[in-house]
Design a protein around this ligand. Sequence first.
Ligand SMILES: [Zn+2]
Length: 256
Amino acid sequence: MDYFIDSHCHMHDEEFFAPHERDILIQRAYDCNVKKMILIGTDDKDSFEARDFAMSRDGKHERLFWSYGIHPNEWQKEREEPDFKIDMPVAIGEVGLDYHFLDEVDDPEEDKKEQKKLFVEMIELAEKYDLPLIFHVREAFDDFFEIIDQHPTVRGVVHSFTDSKKTLKKVLERGFYVGVNGLATYSTLPLPPLDKILLETDAPFLAPIPHRGEQNESSYIPDIAKWLAEKLNVSVDEVMQKTTENCFDLFKFQSR
Ligand SMILES: [Zn+2]
């Protein structure tokens, strides 16, 4: 496959992008050979906004896809069982555990408990609809593995992986893909093998070198691929083909 996929971005989000800007940036990504994008939901409302945005621009889902998820730090928000009758997401995410801000909350134990409860609900949702999961895990891998090992058949990607080599090994042992984004281009994070990598921007966050510090956008995917190709000593073409294939394997775009 001769194009790139941005497997994780927030390009629909009006909190970060002006309404007219979004269409310009999506076109620009397309012109840079990033021909599919997954718009990632972070809470109930945001997820359905991602859906509506994707459907209004691309009703047939050839270019734009969306995921339904409630981010672990959004557990306080009200939620009910989502209704996918209008349209099915390609994944449940981003969901998981994030203990980074625990020392800033009133009751850290309660926070952990609620995050875990939400995470299990989201895994069960993925199981119910037979969808892959997009995991967001930060400083919480012990609890992540404990929960995930009770659901051995789930498949997914650990997005924006920022942990140790040892943790990466455990992630790969469970058959998960790993999302590599701009963060990798200016850090010394351990890298998985190419057949386990999905490219992502996480736009508007984490712009890769040479755009570090700027607002990120999906058209920067080729910059990450170029960096990765040098790092892995393979061609950019190979990075493109393999990571796109990996995306198809996980998200099954063709069967929608
Ligand atoms: Zn994200």
